[in-house]
Design a protein around this ligand. Structure first.
Ligand code: GDP
Length: 455
């Protein structure tokens, strides 16, 4: 470890700013700090220092210096931190001086975190939680990310893995010493019992997994309906900005446009789909195909119709896409006396019906309130979910499947201990990949790629 390069980077946001934080991690961090400031302060105590250009002795800035000797630092290595004045030239002079210090080089994006992972300061699920915490845009996402950072799934997975390895040891003891007198006859039964329990716990954790993943990505709400119903107008009103093209001519919104909303703290991705109807024009057909695809994957479809043209064949006949929830939004209620669509469609198709004017704004606030309630209900279960990424889900599914195979083998008459052990080992490996304890080289680049410089 001691021949590793020492890395440094600006870890705070874009200058100019009041303060800039420069971090240095690695075996030469102490030397670098001493060259810049003349000393290494007491561990974990802020010290006021004069930062000087090492070559000339010219003062660059007055700063706070912090010293975290290994292993009690974020990366697990020696870490020095300087809180400078956040001007371009100050930062440039300090980074330049660090670049000339022996054994020091600029860090790559995510490299500090990667070292923390490699030195066992963070497991892989905590690394993901950290990335999510930095990316979190709503309070619910922040809470979820923070819990992952603090070991929500990582600690559970590690505890499961330990229990599994203990159970596996029992089976292996029987394999290794089949005839030994002091090895109890029935070691496999308690092992199988433990495997069964683990399997049930993992299955329970998987129940709300999709919702947990959605909390990261946002609940998907698609606005769909026949052309000219006012979808883009509603979309713009909900997005409170001019994101989609509003046009009085049918079939102009060919692409799927999306915005990310924060509804009462919950993330919602709103999609404006192209007018869904039959078309012979190829470009429009492609738009329609994509619109249908996105709308079908949505958690909720707002099916918008024009009530003033409610007897038009396409208003009556176009079918909403299938989605877990579909609401009927009767738009242009300003153009009709009744503002109702009771006669035009079979209401049983919809979980909720409302009447609005996307242009005038009538009914839109109530719709937003209702959407926020929907998001809240949806995510109340998600906040309990420990699975927040497809990666977690796939590995837990793999674990459960391997345990199932172990249990199936154990049930057979003439069950083979070797086969039971093999499946239990496969299950333990999948859990180990979840926390990054085993065999994860192949996915590390993908996970650290998303980090910003200085993290
Ligand atoms: P889309 O094809 O479903 O996206 O429909 P647009 O949002 O492009 O709207 C089609 C036309 O209907 C435009 O001229 C809008 O100004 C108009 N429109 C949309 N909503 C309303 C409404 O609530 N009342 C009235 N009177 N016109 C609306």
């Amino acid at each position: 470890m001691s021949n590793r390069p020492t890395i440094f980077a600006l870890s705070s946001g874009r200058p100019p700013a009041a303060i800039a934080v420069v971090r240095v991690s690695g075996p030469n961090a102490g030397t670098a700090l001493e060259q810049l400031t003349g000393r290494v302060p007491e561990p974990r105590r802020a010290a006021l220092v004069r930062v000087r250009e090492p070559a000339t002795g010219e003062a660059i800035d007055e700063a706070l210096a912090l010293w975290f000797p290994a292993p009690h630092s974020e990366t697990g290595e020696d870490v020095a931190e300087l809180q400078l004045h956040g001007g371009h030239a100050v930062i440039a002079a300090v980074l330049d001086a660090l670049g000339r210090t022996e054994g020091c080089r600029l860090a790559e994006p995510g490299e500090f975190t990667r070292r923390a992972f490699e030195n066992g300061q963070l497991d892989l699920t905590a690394v993901e939680g950290l990335a999510d915490l930095i990316a979190a845009a709503t309070p619910a996402q922040r809470r979820q990310a923070f819990r992952q950072l603090k070991g929500l799934i990582g600690d559970r997975a590690e505890a499961w893995r330990r229990r599994l390895i203990e159970a596996l040891a029992l089976v292996e003891a029987r394999i290794d010493f089949p005839d030994e007198a002091d090895v109890p006859e029935d070691l496999v039964r308690p092992a199988v019992h433990a495997a069964q329990q683990l399997r049930d716990e993992i299955a329970a954790a998987l129940t709300h997994s999709r919702r947990g993943e959605r909390l990261r990505d946002g609940l998907v709400v698609a606005i769909a309906g026949p052309p000219n119903a006012g979808k883009s107008t509603l979309f713009n009103r909900l997005a409170r900005r001019e994101a989609a093209i509003v046009s009085p001519y049918a079939g102009t919104t060919r692409d799927v446009i999306e915005v990310h909303l924060d509804l009462d703290g919950y993330p919602v991705t709103l999609l404006d789909t192209a007018g869904i109807r039959d078309s012979i024009e190829p470009v429009e057909q492609e738009g329609i195909r994509r619109a249908r695809e996105r709308a079908t994957a949505a958690d909720l479809v707002l099916w918008v119709i024009d009530v003033s043209a409610a007897d038009r064949p396409d208003m009556l006949e176009t079918k909403p896409p299938s989605a877990p929830a579909i609401w009927l939004v009767a738009n242009k209620s300003d153009l009709t006396a009744t503002g109702s669509c009771a006669k035009t469609r079979n209401k049983d198709e919809f979980q909720f019906t409302c009447s609005i004017s996307a242009v005038g704004g009538y009914g839109v606030d109530q719709l937003v309130e209702r959407l926020a309630g929907f998001a809240k209900d949806y995510f109340s279960a998600a906040e309990l979910a420990i699975v927040t990424r497809a990666r977690h889900r796939h590995l837990l599914e793999e674990t459960a499947a391997a345990l199932d195979r172990a249990l199936a083998e154990a049930k057979k008459s003439g069950a083979q201990d070797e086969l039971i052990a093999e499946e239990m080992r496969a299950a333990a490996t999948a859990l180990g990949r979840l926390t990054g304890r085993v065999d994860v080289e192949d996915i590390l680049d993908v996970i650290f790629r998303d980090f910003c410089l200085g993290k």
